[in-house]
Design a protein. Sequence first.
Length: 167
Amino acid sequence: MRSISYMRTAMILIATLAATAVSAAEITLDNVVAQMNVRRAAAGLPPLAADERLCHAAEDRMRDMEDQGYWAHISPDGRSPFEWLRPRGYIFAYAGENLAAGFETAEVLVDGWMESEGHRDNIMSPIYKDCGIAIIEGATTGRATGRSIVVLFGRPMNPDPPLKAAR
């Protein structure tokens, strides 16, 4: 009788751990930011903060790519990815963008970016303080498996209040 109780407890524990591992791997705003911040922390960099304005700008950017059926850093009409930041109230001094398509887990997504010099540079840049993320199932250019992700990185024009002079 006692071994059945231990077995039941062990099975519940295993199921709980498996469910936690699966949900931690999902591509969500929180998981992608967490994965990028793990890499930043290992290099002694401060964490990126998810910024609502950048998230809305990333969603606007993703919607534009869906509407026009493209997947690129520059739109077919020549617009930069950063044109979506100002209308959302994010006045930036510095900005960057990472794109990815066809990924299923946050870990594999960020590992892929870390293997690409430009994407890694954005994730690891001490210049950036904030990020915003948009995620869709499939692709902006038609049917596809996995998720497509836009990350906009930024540093606001005046990120910190001025220091008061010591008296």
